[in-house]
Design a binder for this molecule. Structure first.
Ligand code: SF4
Length: 366
């Protein structure tokens, strides 16, 4: 945008604070406390997940792990069921490692400085600044996805928002508006206000500029260029993948397999999964069963951020004497224990929807 039309940095922060107090979000469960533990938990859950979804998970998680020490003492297997369904499971693994690190290296107290917070697993610059602002009132800029959108539109910043050059420019603006603000700026209201404005007014598809406190100075609004900003990222080709899943049932138990800790659904329990029919058939033979006696279930799909997975489930019921010992990463789980097991959301849905069929098959063989 032309330099002479660049919107002002003065009053930007004060405008956001004033608006947040009038129209921002209040009464969210994690806003009631200045304790960095629940604040940190909420910030990690809110990465990639909307507030409405997070609230229930947040409350269940805190009820089970009410303190950082309780979380640090738990095993990963105890933690994962409380994250199952939220997606992006690396967040849960980092959360657990972070709690252990804070317990061991910081005496159980989160550090106050952004630079120290950023050294902890799963905490980037923006999350560190948000925790420091909400817990300690520290004066540091944030730049999550919603806030990025506000800054690119307000200041008219073009270019791929994931590129280093644009990132640097946006952080510079975020720092400049703080430098221009009153030294007594309410950092809690400012940080919350930026997040609220990005998620409720400056939305991706239809920003409601008429209700935005920045509308008299916003570049995108004044030039009617909201639809151009942020500049769309270069399109990724979205690939499709196929897999077979085995639902092997024996005496009311299902064979599950723990996923490797890295990668899709890392650390969760899932159904044994194979690339093709040959892989499924071979695995069944290794277990001492024959997939030709199995039953193909209705296929389902799950969309990840970078590919779509087509799942073809196969159900096989067999008497106990027919199955060999499972491998070390596999375990038999009773059907009634499935709801409390850390399963990926589509697998849980699949197992719930076929529960009646499994129980029917079991009765037929009794
Ligand atoms: S005026 Fe519109 S485009 Fe500009 S920051 Fe506000 S909501 Fe976003």
């Amino acid at each position: 945008m032309p330099a002479n039309a660049r919107p002002a940095t003065e009053d930007f922060a004060a405008t956001i604070v004033h608006w947040q107090k009038q129209a921002g979000r209040h009464g969210l469960p994690w806003q009631a406390s200045r304790d960095p533990y629940p604040i940190w938990l909420s910030e990690i859950m809110l990465q990639q997940t909307q507030v409405g979804t997070v609230i229930g998970y947040y409350q269940r998680f805190l009820a089970r792990f009410p303190t950082l020490q309780a979380l640090a003492r738990a095993t990963q297997d105890e933690v994962m069921p409380y994250w199952a369904g939220l997606g992006y499971y690396a967040r849960a693994r980092n959360l657990h490692r972070c709690a252990q690190q804070v317990a061991e290296q910081w005496g159980g107290h989160f550090p106050r400085k952004v630079d120290d917070l950023m050294q902890l697993p799963g905490i980037g610059r923006s999350t560190a600044a948000a925790i420091a602002a909400f817990a300690y009132g520290e004066r540091q800029p944030i730049m999550d996805g919603n806030v990025k959108r506000v800054f690119t539109r307000y200041f008219g910043v073009y270019g791929n928002p994931a590129s280093r050059a644009v990132e640097i420019e946006l952080w510079n603006y975020a720092q400049a508006v703080l430098d221009a603000a009153d030294p007594k700026l309410d950092m809690t209201a400012y940080t919350q206000g930026l997040m609220d404005l990005g998620s409720s007014r400056c939305t991706r598809g239809r920003p409601t500029c008429e209700q935005c406190p920045l509308n008299t100075r916003c570049y995108a609004r004044l030039e009617s260029r909201q639809h151009e900003l942020p500049t769309p990222k270069p399109r990724k080709t979205n690939s499709e993948r196929q897999c077979k899943m085995l639902i092997l049932e024996q005496e009311g138990k299902i064979l599950l397999e723990q996923r490797p800790s890295r990668g899709i659904w890392g650390g969760l329990w899932s159904l044994p999964q194979y690339e093709d029919q040959n892989g499924l058939a071979d695995a069944c033979l290794n277990l001492g069963v024959n997939i030709e006696h199995g039953q193909k279930m209705a296929a389902l799909q799950h969309v990840f951020s970078h590919f779509k997975l087509h799942i073809e489930p196969w159900y096989l019921h067999c008497p106990p004497t027919r199955v060999s010992e499972p491998s070390p990463e596999q375990a038999w789980v009773a059907i009634e224990d499935l709801p409390g097991t850390a399963l990926p959301a589509p697998v849980k849905k699949l197992l719930c929807s076929i529960k009646e069929i499994i129980e029917g098959a079991r009765k037929n063989t009794q």
